[in-house]
Ligand binder design. Sequence first.
Ligand SMILES: Cc1cc2nc3c(=O)[nH]c(=O)nc-3n(C[C@H](O)[C@H](O)[C@H](O)COP(=O)(O)OP(=O)(O)OC[C@H]3O[C@@H](n4cnc5c(N)ncnc54)[C@H](O)[C@@H]3O)c2cc1C
Length: 410
Amino acid sequence: MSERYDLVVVGAGPGGTSAAYYASKAGLRTLLLDRQEFPRDKPCGDGLMPHAANEVAMMGLGDWLDEPHHGRFSGLSIFTKTAEIRQGVPPTLHGPHGYVIRREETDLKLLERAEAAGAEFLPRTRATKLLRSPAGEVTGLSAENGGPLHFAAPLVVVADGVGGFEGKMKAHQNAVARRQYFRGVDGPNKEDIQIFMTEDMNAQGAGYGWVFYLGDGRANVGAGVSTGALAKSGRNLKDYFDRFLEEPKISEWLRDAEPEGPAKSWSLKMGMWGAKTSGQGVMTVGDAASLIHPISGEGVGYAIESGRLAAAWSHEAHGRKDFSASTLSGYARQLRRRRAREHLSGHALVNLLPNMDLVEPLFKACEGNRAASRALVEAFTGDAPVYSLLKHPATFASALKGVLGNRLRG
Ligand SMILES: Cc1cc2nc3c(=O)[nH]c(=O)nc-3n(C[C@H](O)[C@H](O)[C@H](O)COP(=O)(O)OP(=O)(O)OC[C@H]3O[C@@H](n4cnc5c(N)ncnc54)[C@H](O)[C@@H]3O)c2cc1C
Protein backbone atom coordinates (compact mmCIF):
# COMPACT_ATOMS: atom_id res chain seq x y z
CA MET A 1 0.00 0.00 0.00
CA SER A 2 1.52 3.37 -0.95
CA GLU A 3 -0.07 6.73 -0.06
CA ARG A 4 -2.74 7.15 2.65
CA TYR A 5 -5.62 9.59 2.13
CA ASP A 6 -8.73 10.56 4.07
CA LEU A 7 -10.76 10.35 0.86
CA VAL A 8 -10.24 9.07 -2.68
CA VAL A 9 -12.59 10.43 -5.38
CA VAL A 10 -12.92 8.48 -8.64
CA GLY A 11 -13.73 10.69 -11.66
CA ALA A 12 -13.04 14.39 -12.15
CA GLY A 13 -16.30 15.48 -13.80
CA PRO A 14 -18.51 18.00 -11.97
CA GLY A 15 -19.53 15.44 -9.30
CA GLY A 16 -15.97 14.38 -8.46
CA THR A 17 -14.40 17.84 -8.55
CA SER A 18 -17.12 19.21 -6.30
CA ALA A 19 -16.63 16.36 -3.77
CA ALA A 20 -12.85 16.91 -3.86
CA TYR A 21 -13.20 20.71 -3.58
CA TYR A 22 -15.50 20.68 -0.55
CA ALA A 23 -13.70 17.79 1.19
CA SER A 24 -10.33 19.55 0.76
CA LYS A 25 -11.79 22.80 2.04
CA ALA A 26 -13.04 20.91 5.09
CA GLY A 27 -9.45 19.77 5.75
CA LEU A 28 -9.57 16.19 4.42
CA ARG A 29 -6.50 14.89 2.58
CA THR A 30 -8.14 14.13 -0.76
CA LEU A 31 -6.97 12.32 -3.88
CA LEU A 32 -8.93 12.88 -7.10
CA LEU A 33 -8.20 10.64 -10.07
CA ASP A 34 -9.51 10.35 -13.60
CA ARG A 35 -8.75 7.96 -16.42
CA GLN A 36 -8.52 10.92 -18.82
CA GLU A 37 -6.21 13.91 -19.25
CA PHE A 38 -7.76 17.38 -18.77
CA PRO A 39 -9.03 19.47 -20.45
CA ARG A 40 -11.26 16.77 -21.89
CA ASP A 41 -14.51 16.86 -23.82
CA LYS A 42 -17.72 15.35 -22.44
CA PRO A 43 -20.69 15.06 -24.83
CA CYS A 44 -23.29 17.34 -23.24
CA GLY A 45 -25.77 20.09 -24.09
CA ASP A 46 -23.49 22.41 -22.07
CA GLY A 47 -26.55 23.97 -20.39
CA LEU A 48 -26.27 25.12 -16.79
CA MET A 49 -29.75 25.64 -15.36
CA PRO A 50 -30.00 28.46 -12.77
CA HIS A 51 -29.64 26.04 -9.83
CA ALA A 52 -26.55 24.52 -11.50
CA ALA A 53 -25.07 27.99 -12.11
CA ASN A 54 -25.65 28.69 -8.43
CA GLU A 55 -23.64 25.58 -7.51
CA VAL A 56 -20.81 26.68 -9.82
CA ALA A 57 -20.87 30.16 -8.26
CA MET A 58 -20.68 28.60 -4.79
CA MET A 59 -17.38 27.03 -5.87
CA GLY A 60 -15.97 30.53 -6.38
CA LEU A 61 -16.64 30.80 -10.11
CA GLY A 62 -19.43 33.41 -10.14
CA ASP A 63 -17.41 36.01 -12.11
CA TRP A 64 -16.11 33.38 -14.55
CA LEU A 65 -19.69 32.40 -15.44
CA ASP A 66 -20.25 35.88 -16.89
CA GLU A 67 -17.36 35.77 -19.39
CA PRO A 68 -18.66 37.11 -22.73
CA HIS A 69 -17.94 33.97 -24.79
CA HIS A 70 -20.34 32.03 -22.54
CA GLY A 71 -23.98 31.75 -23.52
CA ARG A 72 -26.40 33.22 -21.01
CA PHE A 73 -30.13 32.52 -21.08
CA SER A 74 -33.05 33.92 -19.15
CA GLY A 75 -35.90 31.88 -20.66
CA LEU A 76 -37.03 28.64 -22.22
CA SER A 77 -38.83 28.30 -25.55
CA ILE A 78 -40.61 24.96 -25.82
CA PHE A 79 -41.92 23.86 -29.23
CA THR A 80 -44.21 20.84 -29.32
CA LYS A 81 -46.32 19.34 -32.10
CA THR A 82 -49.14 21.85 -31.49
CA ALA A 83 -47.88 24.40 -28.93
CA GLU A 84 -45.22 27.08 -28.48
CA ILE A 85 -44.48 28.10 -24.89
CA ARG A 86 -42.09 30.86 -23.74
CA GLN A 87 -41.27 31.43 -20.10
CA GLY A 88 -38.57 32.94 -17.92
CA VAL A 89 -36.41 30.58 -15.85
CA PRO A 90 -36.73 30.45 -12.04
CA PRO A 91 -34.35 32.79 -10.17
CA THR A 92 -31.57 31.78 -7.80
CA LEU A 93 -29.17 33.82 -5.65
CA HIS A 94 -26.91 34.04 -8.70
CA GLY A 95 -29.72 35.64 -10.71
CA PRO A 96 -32.67 34.69 -12.93
CA HIS A 97 -30.61 33.08 -15.66
CA GLY A 98 -28.60 30.05 -16.70
CA TYR A 99 -25.54 29.57 -18.92
CA VAL A 100 -24.31 27.55 -21.89
CA ILE A 101 -20.60 26.78 -21.49
CA ARG A 102 -18.59 24.04 -23.17
CA ARG A 103 -17.92 21.20 -20.76
CA GLU A 104 -14.29 21.12 -21.84
CA GLU A 105 -13.98 24.53 -20.20
CA THR A 106 -16.37 24.07 -17.25
CA ASP A 107 -14.85 20.79 -16.09
CA LEU A 108 -11.30 22.18 -16.26
CA LYS A 109 -12.35 25.23 -14.20
CA LEU A 110 -14.00 23.03 -11.58
CA LEU A 111 -10.89 20.83 -11.45
CA GLU A 112 -8.69 23.90 -10.94
CA ARG A 113 -10.91 24.91 -8.00
CA ALA A 114 -10.55 21.45 -6.43
CA GLU A 115 -6.76 21.60 -6.82
CA ALA A 116 -6.62 25.15 -5.43
CA ALA A 117 -8.53 23.92 -2.37
CA GLY A 118 -5.78 21.33 -1.82
CA ALA A 119 -6.94 18.16 -3.63
CA GLU A 120 -4.19 16.11 -5.32
CA PHE A 121 -5.12 15.21 -8.90
CA LEU A 122 -3.88 12.19 -10.86
CA PRO A 123 -4.85 12.15 -14.58
CA ARG A 124 -4.68 9.06 -16.87
CA THR A 125 -5.35 6.88 -13.83
CA ARG A 126 -8.13 4.31 -14.08
CA ALA A 127 -9.73 3.00 -10.91
CA THR A 128 -10.10 -0.76 -11.09
CA LYS A 129 -11.36 -1.99 -7.71
CA LEU A 130 -12.35 -0.99 -4.21
CA LEU A 131 -10.04 -2.63 -1.69
CA ARG A 132 -11.70 -4.20 1.36
CA SER A 133 -10.55 -5.78 4.60
CA PRO A 134 -11.43 -9.44 5.31
CA ALA A 135 -14.40 -8.03 7.26
CA GLY A 136 -15.58 -6.21 4.11
CA GLU A 137 -14.64 -2.65 5.14
CA VAL A 138 -13.27 -0.32 2.46
CA THR A 139 -9.52 0.12 2.94
CA GLY A 140 -8.64 1.90 -0.29
CA LEU A 141 -8.60 1.66 -4.04
CA SER A 142 -6.55 -0.02 -6.71
CA ALA A 143 -5.95 1.74 -10.00
CA GLU A 144 -3.84 1.57 -13.17
CA ASN A 145 -1.57 4.21 -14.58
CA GLY A 146 0.85 2.36 -16.83
CA GLY A 147 1.14 -0.10 -13.92
CA PRO A 148 -0.84 -1.01 -10.81
CA LEU A 149 -1.31 1.55 -8.03
CA HIS A 150 -2.84 1.22 -4.56
CA PHE A 151 -4.15 4.00 -2.36
CA ALA A 152 -5.15 3.56 1.28
CA ALA A 153 -8.30 5.38 2.41
CA PRO A 154 -11.30 4.56 4.59
CA LEU A 155 -13.65 6.37 2.21
CA VAL A 156 -14.17 6.44 -1.57
CA VAL A 157 -16.54 8.71 -3.50
CA VAL A 158 -17.51 7.14 -6.83
CA ALA A 159 -18.02 9.90 -9.42
CA ASP A 160 -17.24 7.90 -12.55
CA GLY A 161 -20.35 8.94 -14.53
CA VAL A 162 -21.68 6.04 -16.57
CA GLY A 163 -18.39 4.19 -16.01
CA GLY A 164 -19.60 1.79 -13.31
CA PHE A 165 -16.13 0.60 -12.19
CA GLU A 166 -17.64 -0.56 -8.86
CA GLY A 167 -20.06 -3.18 -10.19
CA LYS A 168 -22.10 -3.43 -6.97
CA MET A 169 -23.03 0.27 -7.15
CA LYS A 170 -23.66 0.42 -10.92
CA ALA A 171 -27.05 1.78 -12.07
CA HIS A 172 -28.60 1.21 -15.49
CA GLN A 173 -28.55 3.76 -18.29
CA ASN A 174 -32.05 4.80 -19.40
CA ALA A 175 -31.48 7.36 -22.16
CA VAL A 176 -28.97 8.31 -24.84
CA ALA A 177 -28.18 11.68 -26.39
CA ARG A 178 -26.09 13.12 -29.22
CA ARG A 179 -24.84 16.63 -29.88
CA GLN A 180 -22.91 18.64 -32.42
CA TYR A 181 -21.62 22.22 -32.52
CA PHE A 182 -22.68 24.54 -35.35
CA ARG A 183 -21.54 28.06 -36.17
CA GLY A 184 -24.07 30.56 -37.52
CA VAL A 185 -27.38 29.04 -36.36
CA ASP A 186 -30.05 31.58 -37.17
CA GLY A 187 -33.08 31.25 -34.90
CA PRO A 188 -35.07 33.83 -32.93
CA ASN A 189 -34.91 34.57 -29.18
CA LYS A 190 -31.26 33.72 -28.59
CA GLU A 191 -31.74 34.73 -24.94
CA ASP A 192 -33.74 31.49 -24.50
CA ILE A 193 -32.69 27.88 -24.66
CA GLN A 194 -34.78 26.14 -27.31
CA ILE A 195 -36.46 22.80 -26.65
CA PHE A 196 -38.25 20.76 -29.35
CA MET A 197 -40.60 17.98 -28.24
CA THR A 198 -40.92 16.60 -31.77
CA GLU A 199 -43.52 14.09 -32.87
CA ASP A 200 -40.74 11.88 -34.21
CA MET A 201 -39.07 11.55 -30.79
CA ASN A 202 -42.26 11.28 -28.73
CA ALA A 203 -44.54 8.98 -30.70
CA GLN A 204 -42.95 5.79 -29.31
CA GLY A 205 -41.33 6.95 -26.10
CA ALA A 206 -39.82 10.18 -24.80
CA GLY A 207 -37.20 12.57 -26.08
CA TYR A 208 -36.44 16.07 -27.17
CA GLY A 209 -34.12 18.05 -29.38
CA TRP A 210 -32.39 21.29 -28.43
CA VAL A 211 -30.58 24.36 -29.64
CA PHE A 212 -28.48 26.02 -26.91
CA TYR A 213 -26.56 29.14 -27.91
CA LEU A 214 -23.02 29.72 -26.67
CA GLY A 215 -21.82 33.32 -26.51
CA ASP A 216 -19.23 32.99 -29.30
CA GLY A 217 -21.42 32.51 -32.38
CA ARG A 218 -21.73 28.77 -31.95
CA ALA A 219 -24.68 26.67 -30.84
CA ASN A 220 -24.90 23.23 -29.27
CA VAL A 221 -27.54 21.28 -31.22
CA GLY A 222 -28.62 17.88 -29.96
CA ALA A 223 -31.24 15.22 -29.45
CA GLY A 224 -31.86 12.72 -26.68
CA VAL A 225 -34.30 9.80 -26.44
CA SER A 226 -35.17 7.19 -23.83
CA THR A 227 -33.76 3.70 -24.30
CA GLY A 228 -37.44 2.62 -24.30
CA ALA A 229 -37.99 4.69 -27.48
CA LEU A 230 -34.99 3.00 -29.14
CA ALA A 231 -36.27 -0.46 -28.18
CA LYS A 232 -39.85 0.21 -29.37
CA SER A 233 -38.88 1.89 -32.63
CA GLY A 234 -35.91 -0.33 -33.51
CA ARG A 235 -34.10 2.88 -34.57
CA ASN A 236 -30.75 4.18 -33.36
CA LEU A 237 -29.83 7.52 -31.81
CA LYS A 238 -28.01 8.78 -34.91
CA ASP A 239 -31.20 8.27 -36.90
CA TYR A 240 -33.25 10.32 -34.39
CA PHE A 241 -30.57 13.05 -34.37
CA ASP A 242 -30.34 13.22 -38.19
CA ARG A 243 -34.14 13.44 -38.47
CA PHE A 244 -34.17 16.21 -35.86
CA LEU A 245 -31.80 18.24 -38.05
CA GLU A 246 -34.34 17.81 -40.88
CA GLU A 247 -37.32 19.15 -38.86
CA PRO A 248 -38.64 22.18 -40.82
CA LYS A 249 -37.75 24.79 -38.17
CA ILE A 250 -34.31 23.33 -37.46
CA SER A 251 -33.32 22.95 -41.10
CA GLU A 252 -34.37 26.59 -41.62
CA TRP A 253 -32.28 27.76 -38.64
CA LEU A 254 -29.33 25.65 -39.85
CA ARG A 255 -29.59 26.79 -43.49
CA ASP A 256 -26.36 28.85 -43.42
CA ALA A 257 -24.76 27.16 -40.41
CA GLU A 258 -21.49 25.24 -40.53
CA PRO A 259 -20.92 22.14 -38.35
CA GLU A 260 -17.82 22.28 -36.16
CA GLY A 261 -16.43 18.88 -35.32
CA PRO A 262 -18.24 15.55 -35.33
CA ALA A 263 -21.51 14.72 -33.56
CA LYS A 264 -20.85 12.80 -30.33
CA SER A 265 -23.12 10.51 -28.31
CA TRP A 266 -23.17 9.40 -24.68
CA SER A 267 -25.58 7.63 -22.36
CA LEU A 268 -27.53 8.98 -19.39
CA LYS A 269 -28.59 7.52 -16.04
CA MET A 270 -31.70 9.27 -14.86
CA GLY A 271 -34.25 9.67 -12.12
CA MET A 272 -32.34 8.24 -9.12
CA TRP A 273 -33.75 4.94 -10.34
CA GLY A 274 -32.10 1.73 -9.12
CA ALA A 275 -29.05 3.62 -7.90
CA LYS A 276 -27.28 2.63 -4.72
CA THR A 277 -25.89 5.86 -3.31
CA SER A 278 -24.15 4.71 -0.12
CA GLY A 279 -22.60 1.69 1.55
CA GLN A 280 -19.83 0.96 4.00
CA GLY A 281 -16.95 3.34 3.13
CA VAL A 282 -18.46 4.44 -0.17
CA MET A 283 -20.85 7.02 -1.69
CA THR A 284 -21.85 7.63 -5.31
CA VAL A 285 -22.49 11.09 -6.78
CA GLY A 286 -23.68 12.57 -10.09
CA ASP A 287 -24.43 10.20 -12.97
CA ALA A 288 -22.99 7.31 -10.95
CA ALA A 289 -25.96 7.92 -8.61
CA SER A 290 -28.43 8.23 -11.55
CA LEU A 291 -28.89 11.90 -10.78
CA ILE A 292 -29.83 13.18 -14.23
CA HIS A 293 -33.26 14.79 -14.31
CA PRO A 294 -35.58 12.41 -16.24
CA ILE A 295 -37.37 15.17 -18.14
CA SER A 296 -34.68 17.74 -18.90
CA GLY A 297 -31.68 15.39 -19.11
CA GLU A 298 -29.82 17.89 -16.97
CA GLY A 299 -27.20 16.48 -14.59
CA VAL A 300 -24.34 18.93 -14.01
CA GLY A 301 -26.04 20.83 -11.15
CA TYR A 302 -27.13 17.61 -9.43
CA ALA A 303 -23.63 16.18 -9.81
CA ILE A 304 -22.10 19.24 -8.10
CA GLU A 305 -24.77 19.30 -5.40
CA SER A 306 -24.36 15.59 -4.61
CA GLY A 307 -20.55 16.02 -4.54
CA ARG A 308 -21.02 18.81 -2.01
CA LEU A 309 -23.28 16.64 0.17
CA ALA A 310 -20.94 13.62 -0.09
CA ALA A 311 -18.03 15.85 1.04
CA ALA A 312 -20.07 16.95 4.06
CA TRP A 313 -20.76 13.31 4.98
CA SER A 314 -17.08 12.43 4.44
CA HIS A 315 -16.19 15.16 6.92
CA GLU A 316 -18.86 13.92 9.33
CA ALA A 317 -17.68 10.29 9.08
CA HIS A 318 -14.06 11.32 9.79
CA GLY A 319 -15.26 13.38 12.77
CA ARG A 320 -17.07 10.34 14.16
CA LYS A 321 -14.31 7.93 13.01
CA ASP A 322 -17.20 5.86 11.72
CA PHE A 323 -17.43 4.89 8.04
CA SER A 324 -20.22 2.39 8.50
CA ALA A 325 -23.07 1.90 6.04
CA SER A 326 -25.39 3.20 8.72
CA THR A 327 -23.55 6.54 9.10
CA LEU A 328 -23.19 7.06 5.36
CA SER A 329 -26.86 6.23 4.77
CA GLY A 330 -27.36 9.77 6.12
CA TYR A 331 -26.02 10.98 2.75
CA ALA A 332 -28.48 8.79 0.83
CA ARG A 333 -31.37 10.07 2.94
CA GLN A 334 -30.35 13.71 2.52
CA LEU A 335 -30.09 13.25 -1.23
CA ARG A 336 -33.56 11.65 -1.37
CA ARG A 337 -35.06 14.43 0.75
CA ARG A 338 -33.64 17.07 -1.54
CA ARG A 339 -34.27 15.55 -4.95
CA ALA A 340 -36.43 12.40 -4.94
CA ARG A 341 -39.76 14.21 -5.48
CA GLU A 342 -38.65 15.87 -8.73
CA HIS A 343 -36.64 12.94 -10.03
CA LEU A 344 -39.00 10.09 -9.19
CA SER A 345 -42.14 11.91 -10.37
CA GLY A 346 -40.39 12.76 -13.65
CA HIS A 347 -39.21 9.15 -13.97
CA ALA A 348 -42.76 7.91 -13.38
CA LEU A 349 -44.19 10.27 -16.02
CA VAL A 350 -41.65 9.25 -18.65
CA ASN A 351 -41.96 5.53 -17.91
CA LEU A 352 -45.63 5.03 -17.15
CA LEU A 353 -46.90 6.78 -20.28
CA PRO A 354 -46.45 4.68 -23.42
CA ASN A 355 -45.46 7.85 -25.28
CA MET A 356 -45.17 11.58 -24.61
CA ASP A 357 -47.56 12.38 -27.48
CA LEU A 358 -50.30 11.62 -24.94
CA VAL A 359 -49.44 14.79 -23.00
CA GLU A 360 -49.60 17.00 -26.11
CA PRO A 361 -53.01 18.42 -25.05
CA LEU A 362 -51.39 19.43 -21.75
CA PHE A 363 -48.76 21.47 -23.62
CA LYS A 364 -51.52 23.10 -25.66
CA ALA A 365 -53.49 23.90 -22.48
CA CYS A 366 -50.38 25.38 -20.80
CA GLU A 367 -49.76 27.62 -23.84
CA GLY A 368 -52.68 29.86 -22.88
CA ASN A 369 -52.09 29.91 -19.13
CA ARG A 370 -49.10 31.80 -17.70
CA ALA A 371 -49.15 30.14 -14.27
CA ALA A 372 -49.48 26.64 -15.73
CA SER A 373 -46.73 27.21 -18.30
CA ARG A 374 -44.56 28.49 -15.45
CA ALA A 375 -45.22 25.23 -13.56
CA LEU A 376 -44.37 23.29 -16.72
CA VAL A 377 -41.04 25.11 -17.09
CA GLU A 378 -40.27 24.59 -13.38
CA ALA A 379 -40.93 20.86 -13.82
CA PHE A 380 -38.48 20.94 -16.74
CA THR A 381 -35.78 22.87 -14.87
CA GLY A 382 -36.13 20.55 -11.87
CA ASP A 383 -37.38 23.32 -9.59
CA ALA A 384 -40.74 21.61 -9.02
CA PRO A 385 -42.12 18.07 -9.30
CA VAL A 386 -44.29 17.34 -12.37
CA TYR A 387 -47.34 16.83 -10.16
CA SER A 388 -47.23 20.57 -9.26
CA LEU A 389 -49.13 20.93 -12.56
CA LEU A 390 -52.11 19.43 -10.70
CA LYS A 391 -52.41 22.79 -8.94
CA HIS A 392 -53.83 24.09 -12.23
CA PRO A 393 -57.16 22.22 -12.53
CA ALA A 394 -58.49 24.37 -15.37
CA THR A 395 -55.42 23.51 -17.46
CA PHE A 396 -55.82 19.87 -16.61
CA ALA A 397 -59.52 19.87 -17.51
CA SER A 398 -58.72 21.45 -20.86
CA ALA A 399 -55.90 18.93 -21.44
CA LEU A 400 -58.26 16.08 -20.60
CA LYS A 401 -60.77 17.44 -23.10
CA GLY A 402 -57.97 17.45 -25.67
CA VAL A 403 -57.01 13.83 -24.89
CA LEU A 404 -60.63 12.66 -25.14
CA GLY A 405 -61.13 14.65 -28.35
CA ASN A 406 -58.04 13.03 -29.90
CA ARG A 407 -59.27 9.57 -28.82
CA LEU A 408 -62.70 10.14 -30.38
CA ARG A 409 -61.19 11.48 -33.59
CA GLY A 410 -58.61 8.60 -33.66
C1 LIG B 1 -25.62 14.55 -25.04
C2 LIG B 1 -25.87 14.92 -23.59
C3 LIG B 1 -26.36 16.18 -23.30
C4 LIG B 1 -26.48 16.60 -21.97
N1 LIG B 1 -26.86 17.88 -21.73
C5 LIG B 1 -26.82 18.36 -20.47
C6 LIG B 1 -27.04 19.75 -20.23
O1 LIG B 1 -27.25 20.56 -21.14
N2 LIG B 1 -26.99 20.19 -18.95
C7 LIG B 1 -26.73 19.35 -17.91
O2 LIG B 1 -26.70 19.80 -16.75
N3 LIG B 1 -26.50 18.02 -18.12
C8 LIG B 1 -26.51 17.52 -19.36
N4 LIG B 1 -26.23 16.19 -19.59
C9 LIG B 1 -25.88 15.33 -18.44
C10 LIG B 1 -24.44 15.64 -17.94
O3 LIG B 1 -23.55 15.57 -19.02
C11 LIG B 1 -24.04 14.69 -16.81
O4 LIG B 1 -25.09 14.62 -15.89
C12 LIG B 1 -22.75 15.13 -16.11
O5 LIG B 1 -21.65 15.00 -16.96
C13 LIG B 1 -22.54 14.32 -14.83
O6 LIG B 1 -21.31 14.62 -14.24
P1 LIG B 1 -20.50 13.49 -13.46
O7 LIG B 1 -19.38 14.18 -12.76
O8 LIG B 1 -21.42 12.65 -12.67
O9 LIG B 1 -19.94 12.51 -14.59
P2 LIG B 1 -18.95 12.79 -15.90
O10 LIG B 1 -19.05 14.21 -16.23
O11 LIG B 1 -19.34 11.77 -16.86
O12 LIG B 1 -17.53 12.51 -15.28
C14 LIG B 1 -17.12 11.21 -14.96
C15 LIG B 1 -15.60 11.15 -15.01
O13 LIG B 1 -15.18 9.88 -14.51
C16 LIG B 1 -14.08 9.41 -15.26
N5 LIG B 1 -14.03 7.95 -15.10
C17 LIG B 1 -14.93 7.03 -15.53
N6 LIG B 1 -14.55 5.79 -15.15
C18 LIG B 1 -13.38 5.94 -14.47
C19 LIG B 1 -12.47 5.03 -13.84
N7 LIG B 1 -12.71 3.70 -13.79
N8 LIG B 1 -11.37 5.54 -13.25
C20 LIG B 1 -11.10 6.88 -13.27
N9 LIG B 1 -11.93 7.78 -13.86
C21 LIG B 1 -13.03 7.32 -14.45
C22 LIG B 1 -14.39 9.88 -16.68
O14 LIG B 1 -13.20 9.98 -17.44
C23 LIG B 1 -15.03 11.25 -16.43
O15 LIG B 1 -14.11 12.31 -16.50
C24 LIG B 1 -26.15 15.71 -20.91
C25 LIG B 1 -25.72 14.41 -21.19
C26 LIG B 1 -25.59 14.01 -22.52
C27 LIG B 1 -25.08 12.63 -22.81
